[in-house]
Design a protein around this ligand. Sequence first.
Ligand SMILES: [Cu+2]
Length: 317
Amino acid sequence: MRLPIILFAASLAMTACSGGSTSTLTPNAPQAATFAIVTGAQDQNQALQGLNFYPASLSINVGDSVSWTFPTGEPHTVAIVPAGQSVPPPNDPNVAKPSGSTTTDGTAYSSSGFQLLGGKYALTFTKAGSYTYHCLIHPGMIGTIVVRAVGTPYPQTQGQLDAAAAVGESADLASASASLATFPYPVDGTHLAVGISPAASGGAPAATSTVLRFLSSPSLSNQTLTVPLGTTLTWTNLSNNEPHTVSIGANGQPFPAINPPGAPTGNTTFDGSAFSNSGILFPGQSYSLTFIKAGRYTIHCVFHDDTENMISTVVVV
Ligand SMILES: [Cu+2]
């Protein structure tokens, strides 16, 4: 349960004199408030991700602050992009970096940079207006803050915001879970999904949820696939909102740190002797690999293995 944090500092008049200092509460001075927004949601060992701000719209007053929390393994940003500037694309290296100050009037670029797993970011809004903010990693993930004059009655309490957030989180995680049922290939066949999301194949707008798993069936619990020697497996990114990779380490060697995932590495066949990497698979893209040596191989998505457990196993017999 998040509680509103009332900042009394703005309403304290500090009076200094040679004999010491006293503090008096100025009568009728409006108190600046801080409201909390949750960035992203997750469930099922981080497989299901909600890609939204919970809630996505909020009305506050000049001088108030908004505090965003980042509870998920999937990173996000909160970024205010001034009018006339274009929103930087996800592959812009500056997207990862924090920028700006702790206050905004909407005229300068301000960003939390990448935040995840307990990260926090706060901004104080110093000018009335309507502010749009972006997750720079997930292009459809947009929130709005409407800043009104000091003293305007609030349309919501933090408790009401929390209730709306919980409803939104549940709805997005349910839609991610429901997207599993759209898995279109034969169960435990040779065509797999690398990620899936709602409305993946319909050309629909980017969904506000996604599933970060390799799938050989419409189930999250089925993460080991056994195939005969010589099998060619094909993975297709069935999400419309996340890039993934299909990356396999060499036998007996640590999984290499590859940042960025960059160009494909390896051959169209895999025998366990060398690292193999699809490179970035954007939504709709596919990758195939023929397994020519028996063994137990661990498949990673290099974007989502560390913090979201997007790892599966192929056993070749
Ligand atoms: Cu991934």
